[in-house]
Design a protein around this ligand. Structure first.
Ligand SMILES: *[C@@H]1O[C@H](CO)[C@@H](O)[C@H](O)[C@H]1NC(C)=O
Ligand SMILES: *[C@@H]1O[C@H](CO)[C@@H](O)[C@H](O)[C@H]1NC(C)=O
Length: 399
């Protein structure tokens, strides 16, 4: 995987990158046909504290932090240009308590100097390389946020503007609204039909088919052992109108946000682009995509959101410590009285009892609903379980 940053990677290299991604990222995100692996996925391991970033907060001249993990020579000039401390034009700013700004990048960025150098090597003021896959790989490794770049990102050759609302909500967008380089499929027809035509696993494999399973999610209570709550029964637990804004973590093609929009509730949907243009698709439908991984601190202030939802994503593939931090972060951004709808969390039975129930209990939510059922799609012998829970941040004494 040593690719020279000087020459454009050839098709073979892209193929290897794709292979690597598609084999390593199998267990991520939001699928109803989730072929879960109850082992820990290696790729999202919490970066060990081997990198120290030491900046001098009051340096007078432009300062480059000493970033262990890559020697200074390994870092592209544009990376240094972006991350170097920059003096504020008007001197010390009392809000910053400093006269220097240090633009942020994920601390692990410099642990992957080759990828980082390739990402940050481009023509300033020119067009960026068409390198979405490289960028996402770097981000998923922990280089989040990615550094900004001074180039124009690839856009489709014959871009077609989105359908107007409300048509856009349930209409497949034009193929010409997407740069397809990073994906196996090169058009929406391929994505819509991949559940029939393609072997193997893809995240959210059937999500792009808006006439398929997406159509009835969260609207009709199926039996399914009570695991499938409907949006209306969840909203009915609160005073009418008090759930107004929220977040869906790993929300696939944002059908949850669209159902909530029907109820005048604004939902932001986080998604990666794992072998499909999820972010473009969400935006084309007319709701808000947010391109952050599950590792990143949620970009919302404390006590602000009315609801956080997540289906199939928060599960036992996430290292337990990371999950613990994540759950506390969800608690943080929810306002008192806010709801956390943990939708189809899955793991093996023993883990639920010994690991996850105590972990969730430790956060401090009130339990409004707590339904455990068996997950049988991969066979009963695996002893897999689903948990669907509706949790509430206490209205009083929630700190
Ligand atoms: C890019 O544009 C800026 C602003 O015009 C200019 O100062 C800079 O020299 C340009 N850099 C290159 C490498 O062309
Ligand atoms: C949503 O808001 C619109 C405009 O304010 C209103 O007419 C409509 O009844 C609301 N819909 C729901 C489900 O509350």
């Amino acid at each position: 995987m040593e690719l020279s940053h000087k020459k454009r990677p050839g098709a073979t290299n892209w193929f290897f990158i794709f292979l690597l991604l598609s084999t390593n990222l199998l267990t991520l995100l939001f699928s109803t046909t989730f072929y879960s692996s109850c082992s820990r996925s290696p790729w999202i391991a919490v970066p060990e504290a081997t990198v120290t970033v030491s900046y001098q907060p009051t340096g007078r001249s432009a300062v480059t932090g000493s970033l262990n993990g890559a020697s200074d020579d390994d870092l592209a000039p544009e990376f240094k240009a972006f991350t170097s401390g920059q003096l504020l034009a008007f001197g010390v700013n009392p809000n910053f308590d400093s006269d220097t700004m240090y633009p942020p990048v994920g601390r692990p960025c410099t642990m992957f100097p080759d990828l980082l150098r390739r990402f940050m090597t481009y023509k300033v003021n020119g067009s960026c390389p068409d390198d979405e896959l490289l960028a996402q790989k770097l981000l998923l490794k922990g280089c989040e946020p990615l550094p900004r770049r001074r180039c124009r990102h690839a856009s489709p050759r014959d871009y077609v503007e989105p359908y107007p609302l409300p048509t856009s909500l349930w209409t497949t967008p034009s193929d010409s609204s997407v740069v397809w380089t990073a994906y196996t499929c090169k058009n929406y027809d391929c994505l819509i039909n991949r559940k029939h035509r393609q072997q193997g696993f893809d995240d959210c494999k059937d999500c792009f088919d808006l006439a398929g399973a997406e159509k009835n999610r969260w609207t009709a209570a199926k039996s399914n052992g009570g695991l499938d709550f409907t949006i209306d029964e969840v909203l009915a637990t609160k005073k009418p109108g008090t759930i107004r804004i929220g977040l869906d973590i790993g929300g696939g093609v944002a059908t949850f946000a669209i159902r909530m929009r029907d109820r005048n509730i604004t939902i932001v949907t986080t998604s990666m682009n794992l072998n499909g243009p999820f972010n473009n698709f969400i935006a084309a439908r007319g709701v808000m995509p947010l391109y952050i991984s599950i590792s990143q601190r949620l970009p919302f202030f404390d006590n602000t959101l009315d609801i956080v939802h997540s289906m199939h994503v928060l599960s036992n593939w996430i290292p337990t410590t990371l999950l613990h931090f994540l759950m506390f972060d969800i608690y943080r951004v929810l306002r008192p009285g806010g709801l956390f709808w943990l939708d189809h969390f899955f793991c093996v039975g023993e883990q639920l009892e010994h690991v996850y129930t105590p972990l969730i209990d430790s956060i401090g939510f009130n339990k409004i609903k707590w339904v455990v059922g068996r997950k049988l799609d991969r066979g009963p012998e695996l002893q897999e379980m689903y948990l669907s829970a509706l949790l509430e941040k206490p209205l009083k004494n929630s700190w």
